[in-house]
Design a protein around this ligand. Structure first.
Ligand code: ADP
Ligand code: MG
Length: 338
């Protein structure tokens, strides 16, 4: 490993946000729309078209995919798998769902099960959205953890084979990236060459700004106002995805419980990491990798990130240092943040 590192000034963690350009030349105002989808705010911003219907259609596409891939929306294909009639071993799904489940299983193999899309019994037990969170019962956690094992799921064509009656799927760690990629395809097919998709901090840039400068993606200070950044990246046509301990979390008796769960113990990973940010061409890889690398911890996670072609990683440890994968420092924007 040959990682650069800097010491940040204060407690920090990374999340992403779109910053203003450097204003070299007057541009026409971008068009933008946000909607609450995928349990977060999804924003589409287009820089080289004034056609508002593109925004609406792109958000509709996002909603369609949520209805296909959500574990909690009755009628979704994932819901149908998870609520199959007892004794059912095979469930027919669309080609896209089958492919995405296959990708999720692939990251299970890559991480030796630290990343596991059959996390559903655990992720539904922990409630990170409640106003008044409670710790799940330890025995219930143990029982749920026993059900998690991605090797009990196989994909055969468009059929999902479930080798255990207890196994159920949650694509929460990978679906946003996949959907972002499809929204990007949609915009490109409709002639858009300059846009930013932001799915709750899962950012995918299409092309560059109309004046030829890169998009500036801010890395957010943790637990702070969303506009506070500690660094910014210069991004052309790439995805920037962060997994962190502060997005969906609660604190009880001074302990921070967050939503990236260890499939073996059933409890959130505690490995000294505050966040992992991944820059990659495809957002589905960035999404899967940010969660995977987080799950593996600094050393093994860095190894995994560095083994992937065209991928840059930023690990933030709880001593407030940023650890860069090889070449990742080169994407840092050197100008003062906006
Ligand atoms: P975010 O949802 O903030 O984008 P992630 O992409 O890291 O964050 O995904 C976290 C989600 O993934 C959890 O909310 C849960 O649905 C699921 N998950 C939790 N732990 C794991 C794990 N070990 N492997 C795979 N998926 C997980
Ligand atoms: Mg993820």
């Amino acid at each position: 490993m040959n990682n650069g590192r800097i010491r940040a000034l204060t407690g920090l963690c990374l999340s992403v946000l779109l910053l203003g350009g450097c204003g070299r030349r007057q541009e026409q105002e971008p068009i933008s729309r946000s909607e609450f989808l995928l349990n977060t705010f999804v924003t589409v911003t287009i820089y080289d078209s004034q056609d508002e219907s593109l925004l609406e259609d792109c958000l509709d596409l996002c909603r369609d995919y949520e209805n296909l891939l959500s574990a909690t929306i009755p009628g979704s294909e994932i819901y149908q798998i998870n609520h199959r009639t007892p004794g059912t071993e095979r469930v027919q799904v669309s080609e896209e769902t089958a492919k995405l489940i296959g990708e999720g299983l692939y990251f299970g193999d890559l991480t030796d099960g630290a990343f596991d899309i059959t996390i559903e019994p655990l992720s539904s037990l922990w409630d990170f959205t409640s106003e008044d969170p409670v710790l799940p019962d330890p025995e219930a956690i143990r029982q749920a953890a026993n059900k998690v094992d991605y090797r009990k799921v196989q994909v055969e064509g468009n059929e999902i084979v479930l080798l255990s009656p207890d196994v159920s799927i949650d694509l929460g760690a990978i679906a946003k990236g996949y959907i972002a990629d499809r929204m990007k395809d949609y915009l490109q097919e409709h002639g858009v060459e300059s846009a930013v998709l932001n799915l709750g901090g899962n950012v995918l840039c299409l092309g560059e700004r109309p004046d030829g400068t890169p998009f500036r993606i801010g890395l957010q200070m943790p637990f702070e106002d969303r506009n506070e950044t500690i660094a910014a990246l210069e991004i052309n046509d790439l995805s920037v995805v962060t997994s962190g301990v502060y997005e969906r979390h609660f604190v009880i008796d001074g302990v921070n419980y967050h939503h990236i769960l260890n499939p073996h113990s059933g409890y959130p990973y505690e490995n000294g990491l505050l966040s992992v940010t991944i820059v990659s061409p495809r957002s589905v890889d960035g999404d899967a990798l940010s969660t995977s690398c987080f799950s593996l911890g600094l050393e093994k996670g860095m190894e995994l990130a560095e083994s992937m072609e065209g991928v840059y990683a930023y690990f933030v440890t709880d001593d407030y240092e940023i650890h860069y994968s090889q070449g990742a420092e080169e994407l840092l924007d050197k100008q003062p943040s906006a």
